[in-house]
Design a protein around this ligand. Structure first.
Ligand code: ZN
Ligand code: ZN
Length: 212
């Protein structure tokens, strides 16, 4: 990495905005605040940010364990009401009036599963999360950290990878195994220009996380 960028390097007498006793090394490439060596952080995009901007511009990547657990929950959760309905139908098949029971449990199961699908779509559209991701405090965003649209999630992150899997006979396992790359991006992340990040602490608690 180059030492000082002329565009962001402060004059010799500039002071760190967080430690006035320290000479500034460079300006934050997001907010322009002068900061000392201790306060500046190299981010994944190759830029240097003050600590305040670093957590907002590029929060840490989601851990592989959190992504796995979130996917596990998401692949099961919408089927739970339907499965419970089927189990209840089986348990009540010897009771008098079983036709009514069967209808109620079947309809209840289907409606419950549809409702959970709706919740998943709502959360994905609202902030790039699913129930599983919300539980693990992780979120899908674009590579520049911006909001990812529901259409992009559905078409590029879900539909296109499954079509490619069918056409090219590539196992979904190959996609999933890309999580072990250093940037933790699967094939569906490349197709949709997305990454999965940890929800920043200040958003979870509603309080600033950076103390300068
Ligand atoms: Zn900044
Ligand atoms: Zn400082």
């Amino acid at each position: 990495m180059s030492s000082l960028d002329p565009a962001t390097s402060p004059s010799l007498d500039a002071r760190c905005a967080f430690h006035p006793e320290m000479t500034a090394t460079a300006a934050c490439q997001r907010c322009g605040t002068f900061a000392c060596h201790d306060c500046l952080r190299w981010a994944r995009d190759g830029r240097r940010y003050c600590g305040f901007c670093a957590v907002r511009a590029l929060p840490p990547l989601a851990s592989r364990a959190d992504r796995f657990l979130a996917n596990l929950v998401d692949s099961i959760v919408v089927f739970v009401p339907f499965t419970v309905g089927l189990v209840m139908m089986a348990l009540t098949e010897d009771l008098p009036g079983r036709e009514l029971f069967s209808l109620v449990f079947l309809l209840g199961g289907v409606l419950g599963s549809l409702l959970l699908c709706g919740v998943q779509l709502y959360l994905a559209a609202k902030n790039g999360q699913s129930l599983g991701k919300r539980w693990r405090h992780i979120r899908v965003v674009r590579m520049d950290g911006s909001h990812v649209s529901l259409v992009r999630i559905l078409l590029l992150r879900n539909l296109l990878p499954s079509i490619l899997n069918q056409l090219l006979c590539v196992s979904g396992l190959a996609d999933a195994l890309c999580i072990f790359r250093e940037d933790r991006r699967c094939i569906h992340d490349y197709l949709a220009d997305t990454q999965v990040i940890q929800v920043p602490e200040h958003e979870r608690t509603g309080t600033p996380s950076y103390r300068g």
